[in-house]
Design a protein around this ligand. Sequence first.
Ligand code: C5P
Length: 421
Amino acid sequence: MSVQFVVTPVHLSFKESILTKIQKLPHKNLVLGICGGIAAYKCADLVRRLKEQNFDVRVVMTQAAKEFITPMTLQAVSGHPVHSELFDAEMEAAMGHIELGKWADYILIAPATANTIAKLVHGEANDLLTTLVLASQAQVIVAPAMNQQMWSNATTQQNIKNLIQQGIILIEPASGVQACGDVGVGRMPEPADIANMLADIAFQPQTLKSKHIVITAGPTVEPIDPVRFLSNHSSGKMGYALARAALQAGAKVTLISGPVNIQPPKVDTFISVTTASQMFDAVKQNFDQTDIFIGCAAVADYAPDKVSEQKIKKKGEQINLLLKPNPDIISWVGNQKDKPFVVGFAAESEHLQQNAIKKLKTKGLNLICANDISQPGVGFNSSSNRILMIDDNLDETLLETDSKDNLAKKIIFEIGSKIIN
Ligand code: C5P
């Protein structure tokens, strides 16, 4: 299994439509594993949509799945016999489970039940589907669907975290009215959306293949004394989304991150730092092997001049905290002689364009991604953003409000096309 990420639908209208590329691409082999949840009824449509996206689909069903949709329906839509028995001499003679595992480029489990998810976490292999997963090198993608209470259960959530850590891609369940009448998160996304996401994963152009990209992300935390610090609200979501998109585009990724509360993607090298000065050291250490540098971290501009060894006592009167400027990491990178392709971010509360252009020039950037933090719902700590990209020819591209994952894909695509040209 290769990279790890959580996917959401990407808008294909950006620059060259990925769909146009798909039409030129050969088929990819996909095993669709169907578990016993009510959403299984959507799988006939899912098979059709996957075939439209150039996947050759073979279906594997758990015993419980057959209670919700018949193998005959899935055989008719996939055009292949449906597999469900681990010990079926006839099937094994046609295409055995080991062979099926080797054949697959992707194993999509949709709907993935809490039970099968738990089995995957522990490497159980007591039915055809779980055995197949263990016996295959294919990238596994799970689309969980279950009652909202089962989904939010702490054990399920821990299992999901473990799966992501194992390198399995998660397609997050949608929210809404459930078959049982509950309302909440746990619905299987629409088949067309899942098929689009799969196409996105399988047919993503490898625009950054064999490039080493170094990304800084999250805040820096500057200690004042053993218990207090200076920092900011950066969540790390944008930097982590860029790391995921870069992995998808075939890059070797080094992610240098300040303290955040989100799960890091499974990058080639993950370096955890606290202060700006530690982040700067990590960037310098990697500099010689960096082809692309993205400074997405919200680096604290100042740090306390001296860190007090003991907790500063309350005295009931004003105190002064002397601050010293932190190194400007991206400026250092952008002003080196043999610099990589340098991409910076600018969070601005006024004069977005002018301030971004000023930073682009003074910091020696090739591309700047500016966002207006005065707009509600975008930027810091939010899951979505709206970005104005300006390159070193001062050409501008506005990326309308979208999820950070989708924006990251567009930014990585833009970097890829600039590096090739
Ligand atoms: O000057 P300002 O902090 O607004 O610029 C933001 C850009 O500069 C971001 O790309 C950020 O990662 C980078 N930066 C840096 N080191 C600093 C401050 C900002 O790399 N000390």
